[in-house]
Design a protein around this ligand. Structure first.
Ligand code: DAH
Length: 340
């Protein structure tokens, strides 16, 4: 029995010393000291010894047990430390590493300019309305004082989808939809996409954007139109920008004007952008034609109004000094990210 004990002790100490993980160490503990362990098995045989042998053997067995327990504890401590060190090494944070930037989206320059305009006009009491991109002849032309044989129809090379259906070539159709539904006072803007059969170049696109504005009330005059448009130009381009009204023609307004602003590139001296004139045209406007009001059931003897249609792409381009309208539609991230 003494020999057995010595053997168990020797092999246990060797295995404990060589043990490489806490899990394996636990298995060793069970193997030697557990209920069914090797040392326990020996202790169970104590009863078979003679009374003289028993105390010495008992003493030895206890010593071996103690020694093994101490060896296990020491090994456990050492393994804990190395495992912790390994984990710390593995999970180490290098606080000097550059962070991973979070990429957030940004708004398209067209959306930015549209939102700014909406803010400006809302602050002046305008509602924002929406209108369909596929329109009927009635809303796009007829009700806007452009009968079938009117030569001004040729001004807009419209995409027809059928005899009476077409892609809207101007947001002005929204005026009619609003006036048919509401009674004055009316103050609304309608931003949206419009379509014309234009060749693509640096300043033209078959798809572009407009914002229509309409005010109808008692006693509305051309002065209100001027004040309103000057206010919006100054908010978008700064107070030093000058506004010029030029007589023009639109079938749905009388009188009609085109509105120019001093070139944002050269400040009015004349440059490539303004083709040497110092001025850039940004919108068409006028006093709503009595025929248009009458057609919508609004008495032109009682009410008057002004309307305007501003090209949003032109606005985005001049404000952000973008050289080519095509950049707005190509979705090149290198271009778009500059507006974030
Ligand atoms: N619809 C015109 C265009 O696309 C712009 C315009 C001019 C709108 C005069 C208006 C207006 O409301 O009164 O060229």
């Amino acid at each position: 029995m003494r020999e057995q004990l010595e053997q168990i002790k020797a092999s246990a100490l060797r295995e404990i010393g060589a043990c490489g993980s806490l899990k394996a160490l636990d298995a060793l503990r069970v193997n030697y000291l557990g209920k069914k362990g090797q040392l326990t098995a020996i202790l169970k045989q104590m009863g078979k010894l003679s009374a003289e042998e028993r105390p010495a053997m008992g003493q030895l067995a206890n010593d071996v047990r103690k020694e093994l327990e101490e060896a296990l504890a020491a090994r456990q401590e050492a393994l804990r430390e190395t495992e912790l060190a390994a984990r710390l090494e593995e999970e180490r944070l290098d606080v000097t590493m550059p962070g991973r930037a979070k990429k957030t989206g940004g708004l398209h320059p067209l959306s930015l300019v549209t939102n700014d305009l909406i803010d400006i006009f809302q602050s002046m009491g305008f509602d924002v309305v929406d209108g369909p991109e596929v329109e009927t002849d009635h809303y796009l032309f007829e009700a806007l004082n452009l009968p079938k044989d009117h030569p001004a129809r040729a001004m807009q090379d419209t995409f027809y989808l059928g005899e009476n259906l077409l892609l809207r070539s101007q947001t002005s159709s929204a005026q009619i939809r609003v006036m048919e539904q509401r009674k004055p006072p009316i103050r609304m803007v309608c931003p949206g996409r419009v379509f014309r059969a234009d060749e693509v170049d640096a300043t033209h696109s078959p798809v572009f954007h407009q914002m229509e504005g309409l005010v109808v009330d008692k006693g509305v005059t051309m002065c209100d139109l001027k004040g309103c448009l000057e206010q919006f130009v100054h908010e978008i381009y700064g107070p030093e920008t000058q506004v010029r009204f030029r007589p023009s023609f639109f079938p749905f307004t009388e009188p009609s004007v085109e509105v120019d602003i001093t070139c944002s590139e050269c400040g009015g001296k004349g440059c490539r952008i303004c083709k040497g004139t110092g001025w850039i045209e940004i919108l068409g406007a006028g006093m709503v034609h009595p025929n248009v009001l009458r057609g919508c059931g609004i008495d032109p003897e009682v009410y008057s109004g002004f309307a305007f249609g501003v090209g949003l792409d032109r606005l985005a381009i001049t404000r952000s000094k973008i050289s080519d309208i095509r950049l707005l539609f190509e979705n090149d991230l290198r271009f778009l990210e500059q507006f974030n």
